[in-house]
Design a binder for this molecule. Structure first.
Ligand SMILES: [Zn+2]
Length: 481
């Protein structure tokens, strides 16, 4: 087969998927479509209650003794549109645009994460001749809460020897471990009182780099919420300062790059301004190596109708300065890898309630446990309620992974250079698979997709063929292991 035929046929499979809306939590239609596709290929298909699909392809003749290998991807996608683009992710498919280098979408995310993973697997099932027994697992809801991987019955993971997860983002990187995490939500009911101070100011903080809390936390970037909390503490130390509003951050797993607060105070403008200058200086002293700058504006503001009772303000600022944010420990095993971190991700305030989203991650589950226990004490000490979400397990790297060894050697034969082997400080469904079957030898790979989860998401076309060839050759040779 001509080399570019692989790309063309994978894109054809992808094109069928792109037409089907498949936002996380709304996968019934795509699940039914893929169930029929897999059934049509002669596989024995199970659709579970969560709409996960599990399909078995028997070994080719003479290869029945080869170990059972799982190929896994997720069906859902992050649906976002550029400003001004009309897009209803529940009813609209994706309009793809192809250039010489990329496949992208018309003003929306593409869903290459993880539609390309599924398209590749369908291609492989149709074309691979020499292989042992293969099980395909397509999960739902990876992007939102991994509820598909959580719900997946362990019976489908037991009995298999290897699992290839096709949900990573760089064609030449082999991932062999990932971090676990837990969602921690602090909240407190607020009492409001009439302000007594004479002036009001709006403090706005920006110019920070932000970024994904799994990928970028090791860079030492600044946290806008923490910085604002420190500034408010400093202003309060100088004299009376009442807090009317405090907001910042966009997502638990994103380092917050903006924060805003409205205060009422009796302090002279020159005093608040010197606090702001001091906050900037302190910010650069702590984060200057990783940040280019910070802007903090302090502008006169309309007098607020109400402010937080003094005790509420005090306790909120205590919580925001006590919670650890940033790197906590580095790995003693993998040089340069962040082992444990936490991100103070979001603060949101209404009339009578404040909520703070906090997100620890670790490669070591016991460290996530420790953060959970610390958060319980912190909540008790500061008078906050704490809601503990599902704890997702880490996927611990296996130093003697036979699968990683085979795949990296095949990659080197095919591409003339070694594959980068990585453990990542972010979450993957592999954590759940590993928890359900710790014997499973797992790797995660993926075609190169840039700017995922954004309207600029684009698939690098030239990475498709080598990725498919890597998986196919691995499946042909897996009997050697
Ligand atoms: Zn994904």
């Amino acid at each position: 087969m001509a080399k570019d035929e692989i790309l063309e046929q994978v894109l054809e499979e992808f094109g069928k998927l792109a037409k089907i809306p498949r936002k996380s939590g709304h996968e019934e239609t795509v699940s039914n479509f893929l169930r029929d596709e897999l059934t049509g290929l002669g596989l024995n298909v199970v659709q579970d209650k969560a709409f996960n699909l599990i399909a078995d392809m028997p070994a080719a003749k003479g290869r029945e003794q080869a170990p059972l290998t799982i190929l896994q991807s997720h069906m859902d996608m992050v649906c976002v549109a550029a400003e001004g683009v009309a897009y209803n992710p529940l009813t609209d498919g994706i309009q793809t645009v192809r250039t010489e280098e990329y496949l992208q979408a018309e003003g929306t995310s593409l869903g290459s994460d993880d539609g390309t993973g599924i398209a590749e697997i369908l291609y492989i099932l149709k074309h691979l001749k020499e292989h042992g027994p293969i099980r395909v697992i397509f999960t739902v809801d990876e992007e939102q809460g991994m509820s598909g991987a959580i719900a997946l019955s362990e019976e489908y993971l037991k009995g298999a020897s290897f699992l290839i997860n096709c949900d990573s983002e760089n064609w030449d990187v082999l991932t062999i471990g990932s971090a676990g995490s837990v969602n921690l939500d602090f909240s407190r009911r607020l009492k409001r009182v009439a302000p007594t101070a004479g002036r009001a100011f709006c403090l706005e903080l920006g110019g920070l780099r932000g970024g994904h809390s799994g990928e970028r936390i090791g860079d030492g970037r600044g946290n806008a919420i923490r910085t604002m909390a420190m500034l408010l503490k400093e202003i309060s130390a100088k004299g009376m300062a009442e807090l009317a509003d405090f907001s910042g951050g966009t997502a638990r797993n994103a380092i917050p790059c903006t924060a805003k607060a409205i205060i009422a105070t009796d302090l002279e403008e020159s005093v608040t301004e010197s606090c702001v200058e001091d906050a900037k200086r302190r910010f650069m002293a702590i984060y200057g190596a990783a940040e280019e700058g910070i802007t903090i504006t302090c502008k006169p503001h309309q007098h607020p109708v109400s402010v937080l009772a003094a005790d509420d303000k005090e306790r909120l600022l205590q919580l925001l300065t006590l919670l650890h944010t940033g790197v906590y420990t580095m790995s003693q095993v993998v040089p340069g890898l962040v082992e444990t971190s936490a991100n103070l991700g979001v603060i949101a305030m209404t009339e009578d309630r404040v909520e703070v989203q906090f997100f620890p991650r670790s490669a070591v589950d016991e460290q996530v446990d420790e953060f959970r226990l610390m958060a319980e004490d912190m909540a008790a000490l500061t008078g906050f309620e704490l809601q503990i979400g599902a704890q997702s397990p880490g996927w611990k790297e296996r130093k003697d992974s036979k699968l990683a060894k085979l795949m990296s050697s095949i990659f080197e034969q095919q591409n003339g250079r070694p594959m980068t082997i990585e453990v990542i400080h972010a979450g993957l469904e592999c954590g759940w698979h590993f928890k359900k079957n710790p014997e499973l030898d797992i790797v995660s790979i993926g075609v190169t997709t840039l700017d995922i989860h954004s309207p600029k998401e684009r698939l690098v076309l030239k990475t498709v063929r080598p990725q498919v060839e890597l998986i196919m050759e691995t499946l042909r040779r897996i009997g050697e292991l």
